[in-house]
Design a protein around this ligand. Structure first.
Ligand SMILES: Nc1ncnc2c1ncn2[C@@H]1O[C@H](COP(=O)(O)OP(=O)(O)O)[C@@H](O)[C@H]1O
Ligand SMILES: [Mg+2]
Length: 263
């Protein structure tokens, strides 16, 4: 009788202790999961914030470049077109002056012809800089070939261009981004890198196109803060993101620059 009651007591105690132990364990586990979940969510929020910040920076670069381009176009129009047309207008008014000698008339005519010719040539140049006609008419391959030739002939540098890809005519919007990226890379190689040999290559990689770009210039430490990304490199990044492409940029001091992007 006595022995049975002790055993029952023991059993009750064991059950009590066990349930107490499991309750504590459950509480500890819940608290642990709650805090680790909170930490994960916090990290995710930080990651998203960083992404949004990066996107904002890219957008800012796009807007700033657009403004800079507008300023440059306005200046070009003002200096190269408006000023010439102003003088043409002045000369045309002079023609209305009574009792002009034949020599004066001839002089005014020659002025007008020279100035309108120059204004025409400049307007063609401005239009060409905005959108090279060869790119629109004959596509990326011809556009890049012309760009490389222009750099080779005018800037004392050898640009070697190779292409094994046929570009679709329908994708001219995409191709314009690629063209602008190469324009910026070439300008950087000359301006900052003082490069003498540059290579541009298009390859087919599955359904994608890969562009490889190298220069033999002075290069720069891509991880160094003093070489912070300027508008040019930020713009390249945003164009790559428009293309839903991938970009890798390598450079070391005195080892030139190697860039690869897939689109
Ligand atoms: N090909 C290159 N060779 C050497 N340095 C380069 C090259 N490309 C870029 N850099 C460095 O990266 C910086 C940022 O370039 P970028 O974003 O195009 O701005 P920007 O050309 O307006 O200075 C440059 O100031 C330069 O120091
Ligand atoms: Mg630049």
């Amino acid at each position: 009788m006595d022995a049975t009651s002790i055993t029952e007591k023991e059993i009750v105690l064991v059950i009590l202790y066990t349930s107490f132990f499991f309750t504590i364990l459950a509480v500890v586990l819940i608290v642990f999961f709650y805090f680790s979940r909170k930490k994960i969510i916090q990290k995710e929020i930080e990651k998203k914030d960083a992404e949004i910040f990066h996107q904002k920076e890219l957008l800012k670069a796009v807007i700033e470049t657009q403004e800079a381009e507008r300023k440059r176009i306005a200046q070009d129009l003002h200096d190269d077109i408006s000023s010439k047309l102003n003088v043409v207008a002045l000369n045309a008014h002079l023609l209305a002056t009574p009792n002009l000698s034949t020599a004066d008339v001839e002089k005014i005519k020659s002025n007008v012809i020279t100035l309108t010719g120059k204004a025409l040539e400049n307007s063609r140049k401005i239009a060409h800089d905005l959108l090279p006609p060869v790119l629109e008419k004959f596509g990326l391959d011809a556009g890049v070939e012309e760009l490389c030739m222009e750099f080779s002939s005018a800037k004392g540098v050898q640009v070697i261009y190779e292409n094994e890809v046929t570009f679709e005519e329908s994708e001219i919007r995409k191709q314009l981004h690629v063209f602008r990226i190469l324009q910026e890379l070439l300008n950087n190689s000359i301006r900052h890198g003082k490069a003498t040999i540059i290579t541009v290559t298009f390859l087919k990689e599955g359904e994608y196109t890969k562009c490889m770009y190298t220069d033999n210039g002075i290069g720069f430490d891509a991880g160094d803060c003093s070489h912070q990304k300027g508008l040019g490199l930020k713009n390249i990044e945003s164009r790559i993101s428009f293309l839903k492409g991938k970009l890798s940029f390598y450079s070391e001091v005195s080892k030139g620059v190697q860039v690869e992007f897939v689109f």
